[in-house]
Ligand binder design. Structure first.
Ligand code: DGJ
Length: 738
């Protein structure tokens, strides 16, 4: 791993031997991007910044009619001085002007990754990181900007963020401060991103680019169910296993913008960061603003390679070390079993059954506190609901522990209902705009996390519970988007800071809780997958993937989620059939076969199931315990995309390619169709593997060339001894090197 610096040319070349990222300081003293892609040898690449005189062009350099920012790949562009594309940042100066020209000052190299105070960032785990910092200054306003680039020797990712520091004498207002910009010398890309809505989150979406702009965003105060803080630009004909892909993602949980702009000169600009709408930040003299961290992953061999880079980032650098290889507990959650209607004995009865199955943890969901008997009251109060749990939380906790299960608890610490003691005492602790309607979502309101008193209150209440119980897990829920965003705690000119200050408050609280209780596992949740992002994963190593537990729809959701996130981060539960969300009947085997590729748990009333079902579940739990490390920490490969096939398929392989598990899921029976095979990946080509489910031994290279036959019999006549297959059937194959 090296950062080559050519002092004469002022060319900077970051490379880890796999990828190269090259820019130089151009004729206007601003950094100019030259090349990003597969590793190339170090040489003078400034010729790539080829300029020519063009009609109707504008030039910053007097008497020069060749160098225009409009026709240049800019590293961290500003608007208005010959570049007409969307900028990476914007500043409003005291006189109302908005031109800022950042000129190169000097650089610095550090042999460590930067620590972003108050924001998620790659953790210092090993000595394999180098960071280049480019110092720029606007000579007029004395705004100093530092561009950070961290490079890793074990993953093809460049971590970036930007720091703004006002070293002048006037107050400046930042109105746009994206974390990363990448200009590319091509417009020949297809754009991939993850899109959806509640219950159908993160479906993979792909489209060709054409001149113009395309944006994905959230202005909901959380990263959202709708779009995801991620997109990828893929060269034409990129597949799962071949082609060059630039993936951009963002370690942030609030409003974001992903911007892709194809100009009329065959160039593409891609940037990601905090959404500039309703954002501004006062930079008084001497103060700083730090953007969240963003990541550029370069997939040299298709989408799967890009995903591997992101998985490594999450697993090795973002998740807290104590959870890195920590098998996730198999849990039973009472939500879909009881909703708000439970007693201590009912919960214990479910837990007793869970223990018989070998389940390891019981999680008490919503409804245990305040006057919470429905979704209209109680949020904000943390005292126990004595009607339902008259003997208190610790009493229940102890009974669960006495059964041999760990105990976990749901909470929604960012919200308040009007019908609560907290709201009665502090109606001003809510995000709201004076004299305007205060819109509710699920009858609840968002606590003002920009107010340190609110954070202190919530911190104290949560700590008090954790200090007086033996809780091992928290489900941290958040069930509405933000509206009428304003905080009376802040002056007029700082109201543009509220969305971001909210997220800083949330991160501060999560930091305080995870520091004081480092061994309590937190699973975050936002009506399912409404805040599944790298920012939350920094504090909460797993996230409830979706409220939709239907194993059919889950195939799309989980498939898309794996574009960025490893299996260990994805909350997956077996729920009842017909399913609560989609009312679909689903074989228990398929419900399990989908849930194995996640944290795995149950969410249904075990006391109502017959003995045969419980026996099957017991076998499922045993299977998960046996294969949990491989499933959660193995290398993951997508095999068949549910959107393009009649089947979904994926697999995991362990680090030594000794063991693998393949999951194959049929959608609907199709009459008189051909037979299907699924070609495997990631195996040792020279090894042989035993597949007990098929009573087969086959070479790795054959499995990766020919694959295995899917025993779907709906397509024709039954062969000897073959069983009939049905809609939504699925198969699991466990491979072992012989
Ligand atoms: C939304 C979550 O996604 C559900 O799993 C459940 O915890 C409910 N909230 C409880 O209100």
């Amino acid at each position: 791993m090296s950062i080559y610096i050519n002092q004469d040319l002022l060319q900077f070349h970051l490379t880890n031997g796999q990828i190269s990222y090259i820019f130089y300081i151009g004729p206007t003293h601003q950094p100019v991007q030259l090349y990003t892609g597969p590793h190339i040898e170090d040489a003078d690449y400034t010729f790539l910044e080829h300029q020519q005189s063009r009609p109707v062009s504008n030039y910053m350099i007097e008497n020069d009619t060749t160098f225009s920012h409009e026709h240049t790949l800019m590293e961290y562009p500003s608007f208005g001085s010959t570049d007409f594309r969307s900028p990476a940042f914007e500043v409003r100066h005291p006189d109302g002007s908005h031109i800022t020209n950042l000129e190169y000052e000097h650089y610095e190299v550090r042999h460590q990754a930067p620590v972003l105070k108050d924001l998620p960032h790659v953790r210092q785990s090993q000595q394999n990181v180098e960071t280049l910092i480019i110092y720029l200054i606007d000579p007029v306003s004395q705004l100093r900007v530092k561009l950070y680039y961290s490079l890793f020797d074990d993953m093809n990712i460049i971590a970036r963020h930007t720091e703004f520091e006002n070293t002048g004498v006037n107050t400046l207002t930042l109105t746009r401060a994206l974390s990363m910009n990448l200009d590319l010398m091509s417009d020949s890309f297809s754009l991939v991103h993850l899109s959806g809505a509640w219950g159908r989150e993160r479906h993979v979406t792909q489209q060709s680019l054409s001149p113009g702009t395309f944006e994905i965003q959230s202005l909901r105060g959380h990263s959202s169910h709708l779009h995801h803080p991620f997109f990828a630009l893929a060269q034409p004909n990129t597949t799962e296993d071949s082609g060059l892909v630039y993936g951009m993602s963002f370690a942030y949980s609030g409003n974001f913008l992903g911007h892709v702009e194809v100009d009329n000169f065959n160039k593409t600009r891609a940037s990601i960061g905090i959404h500039p709408e309703y954002f501004s930040w006062q930079l008084t003299p001497g103060t700083q603003f730090t953007t969240p961290q963003a990541y550029l992953a370069i997939g040299l061999a298709g989408f799967n390679d890009m995903s591997q880079q992101f998985h490594r980032l999450v697993h090795t650098y973002l998740i807290a070390p104590q959870w890195r290889n920590h098998p996730r507990p198999i849990l039973i959650n009472n939500w879909e079993a009881t909703y708000y209607d439970f007693t201590e004995d009912k919960l214990v009865a479910i837990a007793e059954k869970a223990k018989e199955l070998g389940i390891e943890m019981f999680v008490l969901d919503d409804g245990w506190f305040g006057s919470r008997n429905n979704d209209q009251e109680g949020l904000g109060d943390f005292f126990i609901n004595k009607t339902k749990l008259p003997k208190g939380l610790q009493h229940l906790n102890q009974r669960i522990n006495d059964l041999g299960l760990d105990f976990g608890l749901w909470m929604e610490p960012e919200m308040v209902n009007k019908q609560s003691k907290l709201y009665a005492a502090h109606p001003d602790w809510v995000i709201q705009t004076p004299n305007r309607t205060m819109s509710h979502g699920r009858y609840q309101f968002v606590l003002d996390y920009t107010n340190p008193d609110v954070i202190d209150y919530v911190y104290h209440e949560i700590s008090n519970i954790l200090d007086h119980t033996n809780i091992k897990y928290i489900k941290w829920d958040m069930n509405r988007s933000m509206t009428e965003v304003f905080s009376s705690r802040w002056p007029t000119e700082q109201q543009g800071e509220i969305y971001h200050r909210y997220i800083l408050g949330l991160y501060d609280l999560l930091h305080r809780i995870t520091t004081r209780f480092p061994n309590i596992l937190i699973e975050s949740c936002a009506s399912g997958g409404g805040r599944f992002d790298l920012g939350m994963l920094y504090y909460t190593p797993q996230i409830w993937t979706s409220d939709n537990t239907d194993a059919y729809q889950r195939q799309w959701i989980q498939y898309g989620t794996t574009y960025l996130y490893p299996i260990s981060t994805m909350g997956t539960h077996i729920s009842k059939s017909p399913n609560e969300q989609e009312h679909r009947l689903m074989p228990l085997t398929t419900r399990a076969n989908v849930s194995y590729f996640g944290t795995f748990g149950y969410e249904l009333d075990l006391t109502t199931l017959d003995q045969a079902t419980l026996e099957t579940m017991k076998q499922q739990v045993t299977f998960m315990k046996t294969h949990r490390s491989l499933l959660q920490f193995g290398k993951f490969f997508r095999l068949l995309n549910p959107s393009h096939n009649e089947f979904t398929a994926w697999m995991v392989v362990d680090a030594d390619c000794n063991r693998a598990i393949v999951g194959v899921y049929k959608h609907l029976n199709t009459i008189n169709n051909g037979r299907h095979r699924v070609v495997l990946k990631g195996l040792d080509p020279s090894a042989h593997y035993h597949i007990p489910e098929l009573d087969l031994i086959m070479a790795g290279n054959a499995l990766m060339a020919i694959g295995i036959d899917i025993p779907d019999t709906s397509n024709g006549e039954l062969r000897n001894g073959e069983a009939k297959t049905y809609d939504f059937d699925s198969w699991l194959y466990t491979l072992e090197r012989v």
